[in-house]
Design a protein around this ligand. Structure first.
Ligand code: FES
Length: 121
């Protein structure tokens, strides 16, 4: 198992990300609300840098009881990150492509050793 230093945990705040490399693996590491996620930086669409684009709350349509729309709202539960090449969105908590959840980025384990964060393959 190979591992790579990511950064000091104290310097990795909510909303931060780092891109690290281990051999042929390029990995995006995110801090989202204090939880750490790490995914392959190779987009499942055409290999773009999936972890380097915007992070944005999922857009949800809220419905009235009669199923008419109340409008579109940003989710307070689901954050996505967006591949900058063509806009494919991935669920921050799972790495799944939100338009086709059968497609999922490879995830990696992140370990905290003292105040240091490491990602491993
Ligand atoms: S390469 Fe990522 S959306 Fe096309």
């Amino acid at each position: 198992m190979a591992e790579q230093f990511v950064c000091k945990a104290a310097e990795f705040k909510d909303g931060d990300r780092r891109i690290v490399r281990i051999g042929q693996h390029e990995i995006g590491v995110f801090n989202h609300q204090g939880d750490i996620y790490a995914y392959s930086n190779y987009c499942l669409h055409q290999g773009g840098p999936a972890c380097e684009g915007l992070t944005i709350a999922a857009v949800e349509e809220h419905l009235n009881e009669d199923k008419t729309s109340k409008g579109l709202f940003f989710s307070d539960k689901q954050m996505n990150f967006v591949c900058p090449w063509h806009g494919m969105e991935y669920d921050m908590k799972t790495g799944e492509c939100v338009s086709d959840r059968k497609m999922k980025l490879r995830s990696y384990k992140v370990t905290k050793k003292g105040d240091d964060l490491y990602v491993s393959v």
